[in-house]
Ligand binder design. Structure first.
Ligand SMILES: CC(=O)SCCNC(=O)CCNC(=O)[C@H](O)C(C)(C)COP(=O)(O)OP(=O)(O)OC[C@H]1O[C@@H](n2cnc3c(N)ncnc32)[C@H](O)[C@@H]1OP(=O)(O)O
Ligand SMILES: CC(=O)C(=O)O
Length: 541
């Protein structure tokens, strides 16, 4: 259990919310705060009370509705305005009355910003810092000071930047957070500035890094190396412009590489779950390739990697994925070798025994199918069916004799006004599909209508098979993706279709490829239904 000697400070609800495209409701903010608390961060910056009604209400509700186990809620706001007393400034009053035990104040530490943005004197800015900190301290709150543009300011006028830090320390600040507000610093800049600063002050230092030079995580670690004991981060790196230091990367690095005890016991294992859950709430597709918690963070594609991993996963992994709640995955593609197939079969729960020839055949088939446009990376169910086929455990609940699809829009009434481009017509476009199959040796012909050709085929297939395999009724098609390969050849291009089915508990994806989009869809559909029936426990005929 960490003590106060190192702070993991999260600002997803304040800086993260400054990301383009993110708009959080109060309910979203409460849900995210709960998740961050489960992850075990020490401080959750909830927003700027007084800046907008939503943030003010968030703090009112948070004090009643958020039983935080690990974190302390932190209110963010600016130092008082020039020329008024902190006690008389309504913005400072909103921070004081927010109910948050901790306040993070943003202050100018670059003299150019004092003169040009605040349009006040360097001396008055120091008064604003001292007066606001003292006022909040007197009201019983802990205060952290975010020194905006600290590094740029230090380069331009180090004496003034240091005077802001010293003023804050004298006024009783807990932590002076050095902000790379424009995000342009490199790790060596951070190390050099903090080393000099530590010669001149004893105050506790923190780091807030924007990611504009792609170095936010590295800059945060450099600050820790130089003596900072407070790191400000955001979930999945959300933040103003390109974002902030990614909480899960910084915490993963500090916990697993530095060996620092910065989270409560067992919280690190929540990293992947919390990262994905927050991505859902902010409605941004999870960044699949982010370190530690991305779905691809421990996904191995190259055959040579797989062959070494078979001996020992540590040979191609920097850490154990389960420590952050993630999993190792094998990807099978035309870069696969025997070991990739063996590991994948194990992951799928298929026993290959000693059948080295079958493994070799699978490798060859995967490579030639990928050459023809297939991709098995996202279609585990297709790969499993292929593996079963090569092992002689074929899954064939039905056999296709033929299918036919008609797509049409019925004619509009004679004399009716022709609709404008882009508007939908009165009559609907409908599709009708007929499938001829053999189910348990019986020839079955079924016809169905659908709102599109694939929907009609899906319905006709169900109608032909459902009488025998009744569990098919509980399976649904949940996603359908089309990718045109060789885009230059227009309608003659090859089409890759990914179809995803669900039984309400799990999902599986299959792949079909063809020059004809409907044929490719049928190939994927046939596999998805077969795999679904296998999952429902029907013995493979
Ligand atoms: C680096 C960061 O990311 S800090 C976080 C920034 N976050 C936000 O800005 C989001 C929330 N902001 C807001 O809702 C609004 O900007 C408010 C309520 C804070 C202020 O709104 P307004 O009063 O309309 O002013 P505006 O947005 O134009 O900001 C400029 C004013 O803030 C003042 N200001 C800027 N920085 C500071 C500071 N550190 N301390 C005190 N005042 C400041 C400026 O002097 C200017 O004051 P003036 O209008 O009296 O000349
Ligand atoms: C405070 C802050 O968000 C910054 O300086 O970037």
């Amino acid at each position: 259990m960490p003590d106060d000697s190192f702070h993991v400070f999260d600002t997803t609800l304040r800086d993260g919310a400054q990301r383009e495209g993110v708009t959080l409701t109060i309910a979203d903010k409460l849900a995210i705060a709960k998740l961050l608390d489960e992850f075990g961060v020490g401080f959750i910056e909830g927003g700027w009370p007084g800046a907008n009604p939503k943030d003010t209400e968030f703090f009112q509700r948070a004090s009643q509705e958020l039983p935080l186990k690990h974190a302390q809620l932190t209110a963010f706001g600016a130092t008082r305005r020039a020329g008024v007393r902190a006690a008389d400034d309504p913005q400072v009053a909103a921070l004081r009355d927010s109910g948050a035990p901790v306040v993070t104040l943003v202050a100018k530490s670059d003299v150019r910003h004092v003169e040009q943005a605040l349009r006040t004197t360097p001396e008055e800015n120091l008064e604003m810092v001292a007066d606001t900190i003292s006022h909040l301290r007197e009201s019983g709150q802990r205060v952290f000071l975010d020194c905006e543009h600290f590094f740029d300011g230090y380069r331009y006028d180090p004496e003034y930047a240091v005077s802001v830090v010293r003023t804050a320390a004298d006024a009783g600040v807990d932590v002076v957070v050095l902000c790379d507000t424009n995000g342009g610093m490199l790790p060596a800049d951070i190390t050099a500035v903090i080393a000099e600063l530590r010669e001149r002050t004893d105050v506790r230092l923190g780091m807030h890094a924007q990611d504009d030079s792609g170095c936010a995580v590295a800059n945060t670690l450099a600050a820790v190396d130089a003596g900072a004991t407070h790191v400000q981060c955001t979930a999945n790196g959300y933040g103003e412009r390109v974002g902030n230091a990614n909480l899960f990367t910084v915490v993963g690095d500090l916990a697993l590489k530095y060996g620092r005890d910065i989270l409560p016991d067992d919280c690190l294992r929540e990293a992947t779950r919390v990262s994905l859950a927050i991505a859902e709430i902010v409605n941004i597709a999870p960044a699949t390739h982010q370190p530690y918690v991305g779905i691809s963070a421990f996904a191995h594609k190259a055959g040579l990697h797989a062959s070494a991993i078979k001996v020992d996963p540590d040979l191609y992994q920097h850490t154990d994925p389960t420590l952050v709640g993630n999993d190792m995955r094998m990807l099978v593609s035309d870069m696969a070798g025997r070991a990739s197939i063996e590991l994948k079969a194990k992951e799928l729960g298929l026993d290959l025994g000693d059948d080295r020839e079958a493994v070799g055949r699978v490798v060859d088939r995967v490579k030639s199918l990928e050459q023809a446009g297939y991709s098995f990376e996202a279609a585990d169910a297709s790969l499993e069916l292929l593996l079963r086929e090569e092992l002689g455990r074929q899954v064939r609940y039905f056999e296709t004799e033929s299918w036919r699809v008609i797509a049409e829009r019925s004619p509009t009434d004679a004399g009716a006004a022709r609709p404008a481009l882009f508007t939908s017509q009165e009559s609907e476009a409908v599709s009708e599909a007929t499938v001829k199959l053999y189910v348990k040796g019986e020839r079955v012909i079924a016809t169905a209508e659908g709102n599109g050709p694939v929907n009609a085929l899906d319905r006709a297939l169900r109608s032909a098979v459902e009488g025998v395999y009744t569990a098919l009724a509980s399976l649904s098609l949940t996603d359908y993706k089309v990718r045109i390969l060789e885009g230059g050849t227009g309608t003659g291009a090859i089409t890759r279709i990914l179809v995803t089915f669900s039984d309400g508990r799990s999902e599986w994806t299959t792949v079909g490829v063809g020059e004809n989009v409907i044929d490719a869809s049928w190939i994927a559909l046939e596999q998805a239904v077969s795999y679904g029936l296998l999952m429902q426990g029907y013995p493979a005929p």
